[in-house]
Write a protein that binds this ligand. Sequence first.
Ligand code: DAH
Length: 357
Amino acid sequence: MDDLRDKYIKLISEARDEAALEDLRVQAVGKKGEVSLKMRELGKMTPEERQAAGPKLNALKDEINSALTAKKAALADAALDERLKTEWLDVTLPGRPRRSGTIHPVSQVTEEVTAIFADMGFSVAEGPQIESDWHNFDALNIPGHHPARAEMDTFYMHREEGDNRPPHVLRTHTSPVQIRSMELAGAPLRVICPGRVYRADYDQTHTPMFHQVEGLAVDTDISMANLKWCLEEFVKAFFEVDAVELRFRASHFPFTEPSAEVDIRCSWEGGTLKIGEGDDWMEILGSGMVHPKVLMAGNIDPAYWQGFAFGIGIDRLAMLKYGIPDLRAFFDSDLRWLRHYGFAALDVPTLHGGLSR
Ligand code: DAH
C-alpha cells in the first residue's frame, strides 16, 4: 500500500496538464483503478484483516484524491499565470490617437466671429443660398440696370424657356439676409448672418464659393460712431490683440449711405501673410449706414429707425489670422492641409475660454 501511495503521489506531482491528471485518476481511483481493485480484495479477507486494511485503503484513496485536487488547482494557477504573462498590458500607457477629423478654419473663424458678436448682443440669422433676384439685388437698392450686378459676376439659376420672371441667383453676398431678417423680426434688430456666397471669380484670394458674415443693427439712435466702435472692438477681439491698425476708406455701396470699406495692415513678405505689419492693406469688410430704401424694403420706417450694416469676408479673416496664403487650398480637401490648419473639435471658441487657444 505504501508503494502504491508513493507511486501515485510522485506521478501526480509530475503531471504536466489536466489530461495527464485525469489519466492518473482513472488509473488509481477509477472504477478499475489500482486502488479500487485493492478495495475489492477486502471481500476475500478475514474480518480482522479487513479491519486493518479497510481504513488504510480508504485513507489512501482520500490522500490520492486530495493530491489530485491540489494538483489540479496548481495546474490552473500556473495556466493563468502563463496567460497573464503573455496577455500583459500596460494600462498606464497613454491612449493612441486615432485618425481624427479637424475643424476647418472657415468653421473655426465663423464660430469665433459669432462668439464675439453674440457678446455684443447680436443673434444669428440665416437665409437661402439660392436667393431671389429681388432679395439679392432690388431690395438692396441695386436695380436691374445697376453696374453692381455685372461687377458681382453672378451665377444665375437655369430658367425654363419662355419664363420671363427674373431668375433666381446663387446669392452673391449675405446682404439679402438683412432684408429677410427685417421682414421676419422688424425693428429694433441686431443680427449677424454667416454663410456661403458665390461669384464667378478664381485666383489666389478669390474662389467661386466663399464665406461672408453680414451684420445689421437697427434702432432709433444709431450712428456711424456705433458702427466704428463695433468693428474696432470686433477686430481687436478677433485677432486677440490690444490694437490693430485699421483703415476706414470712404466707399460706395448701393445699400449704404455713407459707406466705408475697412482695410487691415498686413505684409505678404516671402509668401507669408502677416497681420499688423508691412506696407500692404487687405480689405476685410464693407460697411455703412443702411440706405433708407433698404429699410423700406424690409418694411421698416426710415423716418423713425436707422441702422448700420457690414459684410465681412470670413475666408479673408481666416487667411489673415492663421497665416494661410492661398485661398484656393481652403476648398481642395487636402487632408495634410486640414491636419495642419484644422482645429480640435472640442476646443469651441468662446470669449471667456479664449477664441483660438
Ligand atoms: N455686400 C457687400 C459685398 O459683398 C459687402 C457689404 C458692404 C455688406 C457694405 C454690407 C455693407 O452690409 O454695409 O461686397
